[in-house]
Design a protein around this ligand. Structure first.
Ligand SMILES: *Cc1c(COP(=O)(O)O)cnc(C)c1O
Length: 354
């Protein structure tokens, strides 16, 4: 069956154009730094994000880990959101592999870390304390609803970092979604940061890979650590070829994904038994919602029933879902999803639909 797959934007398979470019890619040995396609991708990414240099890495998790390991020494402390991917979903890599100590702060409903919380969490010089080295934000903030953080907010975080001699990293897995939603050049969102990671393998549709950007010195250190972690890839140009298409063509179409997510949001709001997040609406490619108590089906049953109706969805909590739009979800896919949810839930929810 040809499923509508809304589990994540990581499920995006390469486009026919990407597959062609991958087949024809000029390649070399990237550990010797002589893969022309990887080099081209890295140069392009550095320019687009307004940084000196860039490094192609196998995953976003490795990109974030490299940033943490380069910026921090063992025992240093990192300010992170308690709802951030780095803190929740990277297997504790910073602690396990870097001896780096996280200082989690509550993500606000708008996805930000409160500026006063950041200021208050910076450790004073005292033998009892760790040394605060780095502050990390996530843009878009996934778990808070795929919320884009503004250039103004990012600038303020950058200012606090500078004033306190901290380094500043952005987990920008979906920073191109943020730029599209805010209608700004992505450089405005990256300028205040020392380093930024973004994923080619999500809304940008590439099959594999992420990019880490920063100064030349930072990227040289990151390249060394990437090799140490086993992330030195040889003829990686076959992957970078798809990445180049992501950076040439895919980021400009993210608005379509956002418009479809909005349609899903508006449609699901009308379905009995669902309570949508974000009364003010959603701005990127994610739609989160909860089941009301009237719904007798479990999330697992709903996942099964939706699958029978040709739609793949994934849970985000015991009574919670997240749907993500992307390149392979068209308007018909949105309609099909809404119909499937209506059909499934009208029999189980209280309110009459007619
Ligand atoms: C997906 C994601 C990552 C990690 O990327 P992988 O390529 O899956 O390792 C990091 N941060 C955020 C916010 C993400 O959504």
């Amino acid at each position: 069956m040809n499923y509508i797959d809304l589990r994540s934007d990581t499920v995006t398979k390469p486009t026919p154009e990407m597959r062609e470019a991958m087949a024809e890619a000029e390649v070399g040995d990237d550990v010797y730094m002589d893969d022309p396609t990887v080099n081209k991708l890295q140069e392009k990414a550095a320019i687009m994000l307004g940084k000196q240099d860039a490094l192609f890495v196998p995953s976003g998790t490795m990109g974030n880990l490299l940033a943490l390991l380069v910026h921090c020494q063992r025992g240093d402390e990192v300010i992170v959101g308690d709802q951030s991917h780095i803190y929740m979903n990277e297997a504790g890599g910073m602690s396990a592999l870097g001896g780096v100590h996280p200082h989690p702060l509550a993500n606000q409903r708008d996805g930000t870390l409160a500026l006063d919380d950041i200021r208050a969490s910076i450790q004073t010089e005292d033998v009892h304390h760790t040394i605060t080295r780095l502050v990390c934000i996530e843009n878009t903030q996934n778990v808070c609803g795929g919320i884009p953080l503004s250039a103004e907010y990012t600038t303020q975080v950058g200012r606090i970092a500078k004033e306190n001699n901290l380094l500043f990293h952005i987990d920008g897995a979906r920073i191109f979604n943020a730029a599209a939603a805010l209608n700004v050049d992505v450089k405005e969102l990256t300028a205040p940061a020392d380093s930024v990671m973004f994923c080619l393998s999500k809304g940008l549709v590439s099959p594999v890979g992420s990019i880490l950007v920063g100064t030349k010195k930072f990227i040289n250190s990151a390249r060394h650590l990437r090799k140490m972690l086993g992330g030195g890839m040889r003829q990686a140009g076959v992957l970078a070829a798809a990445g180049l298409i992501s950076l040439e063509k895919m980021y400009t179409r993210l608005g379509q994904d956002h418009a479809r997510a909005k349609k899903l949001f508006e449609g699901l709001k009308q379905v009995n038994g669902l309570v949508l997040d974000a009364a003010e609406g959603i701005s990127t490619n994610m739609v989160y919602f909860n089941l009301t108590d009237e719904v007798k089906l479990s999330v697992d049953q709903i996942i099964d029933e939706m699958k029978k109706r040709g739609v793949l969805v994934d849970w985000a909590g015991p009574r919670r879902f997240r749907l993500v739009t992307h390149y392979w979800v068209d308007d018909a896919g949105v309609e099909k999803t809404l119909k499937a949810f209506e059909e499934l839930l009208q029999s189980t929810a209280q309110k009459d639909h007619l």
